[in-house]
Design a protein around this ligand. Structure first.
Ligand code: ABN
Length: 175
């Protein structure tokens, strides 16, 4: 071994003695844990996207042609608002069912719970547009009055179901 090799050999041995595998792993672990604390606080601006999403959702809660409209929380049927009618008016040529089922929906605008009556519009074949199936508070079929998968036109001379309208009939006080 020449003097250069001896010097290099001594140097690497010294380094090997002073740095163990355990200390190398500890160092890497520290780096990982440290970066986990540092990275999340980097200034990502997510507020704009969140606000956008919130606005889109809020919009749907107030849009009577959307299944997410707040009064539709227990609707099962086609929205009359997509079928030539209104929120609580049947399309021309149809008539509202004499019987209805009642749900309780929370109005996100005032935080109150409302009793909602769901009437079917009868006399014309199914509209087929904006079919919604929201089942908040829906009960099995043998609880007919609390079950929404029922053709409420069944008692009409012309029992064809066309679409469903809704009306807030009172505030649910929970008592
Ligand atoms: N009440 C809406 C409806 C009509 C026919 C069949 C199922 C549900």
């Amino acid at each position: 071994m020449n003097w250069f090799d001896r010097l290099f050999d001594k140097g690497t041995r010294n380094v090997a003695h002073q740095t163990s595998r355990r200390s190398a792993i500890t160092g890497m672990a520290r780096l990982l844990v440290g970066s986990a604390f540092v990275l999340p606080v980097l200034p990502f601006d997510r507020s704009a996207k969140a606000a956008e999403r919130q606005a889109a959702k809020a919009g749907k809660h107030d849009d009577p042609t959307s299944c997410d409209y707040w009064r539709y929380c227990a609707i099962d049927g086609f929205l009359c608002t997509c079928c030539g009618g209104g929120i609580n008016s049947c399309p021309p040529g149809t008539e509202p069912s004499a019987v209805a089922w009642i749900g309780t929906c929370r109005n996100p605008n005032d935080g109150k719970d409302y009793l909602i009556s769901y009437n079917d519009c009868c006399g014309v074949t199914a509209c087929g547009k904006c079919g919604c199936n929201n089942n908040l508070g829906d009960k099995p079929g043998y609880r007919l009055g609390s079950h929404n998968d029922v053709n409420w036109c069944m008692a009409h001379t012309n029992s064809m179901y066309h679409c469903t309208v809704v009306a807030a009939v009172g505030i649910a006080d929970g008592g």
